[in-house]
Write a protein that binds this ligand. Sequence first.
Ligand code: SF4
Length: 216
Amino acid sequence: MKAKIPIIKARLLERFPNPHTALHHNNAYELLVAVILSAQCTDARVNTITPALFALYPTLSHLAQASLDTLKACIKSVSYPNNKAKHLIGMAKEVGARFAGQIPNTQADLKSLPGVGQKSANVLLSVYFQQNYLAVDTHVFRVSHRLGLSHAKTPLQTERELSALFEDDLGFWHHALIAMGRTLCRARAPQCSVCFLADLCENKKTSDTKAKCNKI
Ligand code: SF4
């Protein structure tokens, strides 16, 4: 598979020359809040609530002092609002107490914050801090497995395998694979007949592989 990577990169770059996060943000604080809210929720849904949220809590210290009930009401249209409200306030308090109010820029420090796991930390590191990390979300996991770039069982192992294959500019490839998953390689109806990677794909959908493909 390693030999196919230059071709896959070239075609992804041609098709998606400027892939980027769909989460609206103006600074590291807003991106971290949006990433926490986006867990098991769509970016589009998160973008509908963050303008009012950031108007109410424009800085980390405003969020640290938020009323839990008010914050819950403000984010009620995303999934798991109760837990996410607790995580957001906890995150804001910890960044204030342990990192002098600055969003940390290491994976270990980010993962020590409430509501921030491996995927969320990697999004912050690659999107905001321009570090060479790749986050494995549902799109990246599905597309990479269908293509045969990874056969790993877990997102963490998938991240390791994809990082070894793509090596550089991991944030860029992360967003290109997401764009692929949102357009052609959709979960329920992959568009294999018009896919520009079909000749390289291990799970190109044909009539006899349809069932297999739709399980990934
Ligand atoms: S050929 Fe089909 S399964 Fe393979 S990457 Fe393209 S859309 Fe996805």
